[in-house]
Design a protein around this ligand. Structure first.
Ligand SMILES: [Fe+2]
Ligand SMILES: [Fe+2]
Length: 159
């Protein structure tokens, strides 16, 4: 798996499945929010989408690539900087890890027509932190794994 910090490259990998998401103003607003270290939420979700595609390809999982990419791009669509405890949408600042999948799903439903699989990917990506939200679809497992790997990579190598 290519460990790239070239975000044009990562964006190009997602583009065939999600041009409408990639050009949406609220999606682009994630460039203004930090996720891990100096990495924006926008950069993070592009990486998660790319890692998810790579996990699917290398492990021959035959995931629905469109839902996989779109769910990955929207999995952290909470639309605030989670470090900013005063942000209007940051409803549970001390419990962001538990609540942000619900907020992301609510925001994503407002801006896009989501499939049931995309909803599952967004809602369950934080498992096992969100104990009862156990993924039941392979696409949701893949995005959850890609998210953890991307978070580890960004925390260690993108300072
Ligand atoms: Fe998340
Ligand atoms: Fe994430």
């Amino acid at each position: 798996m290519k460990l790239s910090q070239n975000y044009d490259y990562l964006q190009a990998k997602a583009e065939p499945y999600a041009e409408d998401i990639l050009t949406h103003d609220n999606f682009l607003s994630m460039q203004n929010y930090y996720q891990h270290g100096s990495v924006s939420t926008w950069q993070h979700v592009l990486r998660v989408a790319y890692f998810a595609l790579e996990i699917n390809r290398k492990m021959h999982l035959h995931c629905n690539r469109r839902d996989l990419v779109r769910g990955a791009l929207l999995h952290d669509y909470f639309l605030y900087d989670w470090h900013d405890h005063a942000a209007e949408l940051n409803e549970h600042p001390k419990l962001h890890g538990f609540y942000h999948p619900t907020i992301a799903l609510k925001n994503a439903k407002k801006d896009f027509d989501l499939t049931a699989l995309e909803c599952e990917i967004i809602y369950k990506h934080m498992w096992p932190l969100t104990l009862t939200h156990v993924p039941t679809k392979r696409e949701a497992w893949v995005v959850s794994m890609a998210d953890k790997w991307a978070s580890f990579y960004e925390t260690i190598f993108c300072r």
